[in-house]
Design a protein. Structure first.
Length: 147
């Protein structure tokens, strides 16, 4: 039989395995396109560089269109500051932070690292192209005084 109907959804396990295999083949073949952060995306690089992974690009507005702020910032405990949480893969796998939804039931699971870890290496934790970033003087240089 092509599809089994008994047990705890064996087709789901096979589907995940197939997707993970396809993602691995695409990554090895260089077919994985670089993600482009858009305005308002949050780049999270608290531990990624040190772990040899690319930083996470979190599509904030993609999630905001679908959920109210309280879902993530109250119910799941995300702070209102880029990098304000101590997120790591152990916590995500344990169902905390992103893992509360990205568990394979509510949203796709974590089998393909490049789905999240798509930022350029050494990119600091920040809100991408935030107006606050343009207000900060680079490198702590003193602002020139006008005569």
């Amino acid at each position: 039989m092509m599809f089994e109907t008994t047990g705890a959804r064996p087709w789901r396990h096979r589907w995940r395995l197939l997707l993970a295999l396809l993602a691995a083949v695409a990554a090895l073949a260089g077919l994985s396109p670089d993600a482009r952060a858009e305005y308002g995306d949050v780049v999270i690089n608290n531990y990624s560089d040190a772990s040899g992974m690319r930083p996470v690009v979190f599509p904030h507005w993609f999630h905001r269109i679908r959920y109210r702020c309280k879902v993530c910032h109250a119910d799941l405990g995300f702070k209102f500051k880029a990098g304000g949480n101590e997120i790591n893969m152990v916590k995500v796998i344990d169902g905390q932070f992103c893992g509360a939804c990205h568990n394979g039931d509510v949203a796709w699971s974590i089998e393909n690292c490049n789905m999240c870890h798509s930022g350029k290496p050494n990119t600091p934790t920040q809100v991408h192209e935030s107006t606050i970033n343009s207000l900060v003087i680079p490198g702590g240089a003193q602002k020139e005084k006008r005569p």
